[in-house]
Design a protein around this ligand. Structure first.
Ligand code: GDP
Ligand code: ZN
Length: 353
């Protein structure tokens, strides 16, 4: 295997200047509880991090994650120590469960995300936009994959594609069927050696089917990268970073699956749908549904048509969205501004004394 086949491309090269004969360059392919599987062109190592790295880590983000390029010192053909994590050109992360404000890394150094949505009643532009926001915030190029097109006619496929492009500018949309493999040739052309991909989307849209189909050819090649412990087994269930037989790397971590499909967020989607329908009847176009006269959402709340919990959930989501969609730079600017405001108020208080 070459470094390129492992996902080493221009974006990585721009951040890494590796020229140390005593060390090796590798990529984290699995995160275990207390160690990492790290792949180099010739070997898979079980690696621990140096004590220094552990003690200087201020948060989980400073520890290795799947997709990271790391500097290794090697003991034998199986074990190694991670000395350094190289800068990441993209970080796919989410809000850590139950810890507001704390981020959890799902994968790093991903070039392209296939945002997958199936045709039919699951099709939802709002949800697509939410995944797009995640990609934009993570510096990952999004590509939309419309799956299960075997279930509808050509005319309907064109209409769905049009509706996506009308709402979302400059986006590639690939309609595919995992069953008939229609659309696969075009989609596969977007997958090139040196790049790293991930598939995002709700449960049941066909992510596993696409992954399995992409892996189908030359299973032997896939296995040649698998851990020495699973030699001979035709299983990739444990891999979180897979080198595809026809080139390209696919990341598939457990966190990827949970992104956007947690119970809470599905509920929010539902709420969102209902409120946006109600909102069409609000007196003001820019109604915030807080206290405005002639607000159809507040009326529905009053009559019990919309339950209080859903309504509160909606506002909570809105606030979270506003918070997380603002870029780090914006957030810093805001924090600074608030910091200045705080100082000014303190100063004025002092003067008044
Ligand atoms: P995942 O949860 O996103 O990984 O979705 P799966 O790949 O497990 O697929 C969920 C279900 O949808 C399975 O029953 C698949 O057989 C079915 N499925 C996946 N892709 C297609 C498709 O393109 N067409 C049709 N008709 N069914 C599909
Ligand atoms: Zn309103």
């Amino acid at each position: 295997m070459t470094f390129e086949e492992l996902g080493y491309n221009k974006a990585v090269n721009a951040l890494i200047n590796f020229n140390e004969p005593d060390y090796e360059l590798g990529r984290v392919i699995i995160e275990h509880r207390d160690r990492y599987s790290v792949q180099t062109p010739n070997n898979t190592f079980q690696a621990e991090i140096t004590g220094g790295l552990r003690y200087t880590a201020e948060s989980k983000s400073d520890l290795p994650a799947v997709g990271d390029w790391v500097k290794l010192s090697v003991f034998d053909d199986k074990s190694a120590v991670i000395h350094e994590i190289f800068p990441r050109f993209s970080i796919l992360e989410r809000q850590a469960v139950g810890k507001f404000g704390e981020k959890q890394i799902i994968a790093t150094n991903v070039d392209v995300a296939f945002i997958m949505q199936a045709v039919g009643h699951d099709f939802n532009l709002n949800r697509l936009e939410r995944y797009l926001t995640v990609c934009t915030a993570s510096s990952i190029k999004p590509i939309i994959v419309l799956s299960k097109i075997d279930l509808i006619g050509r005319e309907e496929i064109n209409q769905l594609t049009k509706s996506i492009k009308a709402r979302i500018k400059d986006i590639l949309v690939y309609p595919i069927s995992n069953q008939t493999l229609s659309g696969y040739e075009k989609l596969k052309k977007t997958i090139i050696s040196g790049n790293t991909y991930c598939i995002l989307g709700s449960s049941g849209v066909g992510k596993s089917s696409l992954t399995n189909n992409l892996l189908q050819k030359q299973k032997m090649d896939v296995n040649s990268v698998s851990e020495s412990t699973s030699k001979g087994k035709h299983t990739t269930s444990h891999r979180e970073l897979i080198v595809l037989p026809e080139g390209g790397v696919l990341v598939d971590t457990p966190g990827m699956r949970e992104l956007g499909i947690t119970g809470g967020s599905e509920g929010i989607e539902h709420t969102f749908g209902k409120i946006s329908i109600l909102a069409k009847n609000c007196s003001f176009n820019d109604c915030k549904h807080m206290e405005e006269p002639g607000c159809a959402v507040l009326e529905a709340l009053e009559s019990g048509e919309l339950d209080q919990a859903s309504y509160e959930n909606y506002h909570k989501l809105k606030r979270e969205q506003a918070h997380f969609s603002s870029t780090i730079a914006e957030r810093r600017a805001k924090d600074k501004k608030q910091g200045k405001l705080y100082k000014r108020i303190q100063e004025e208080k002092r003067k008044r004394r």
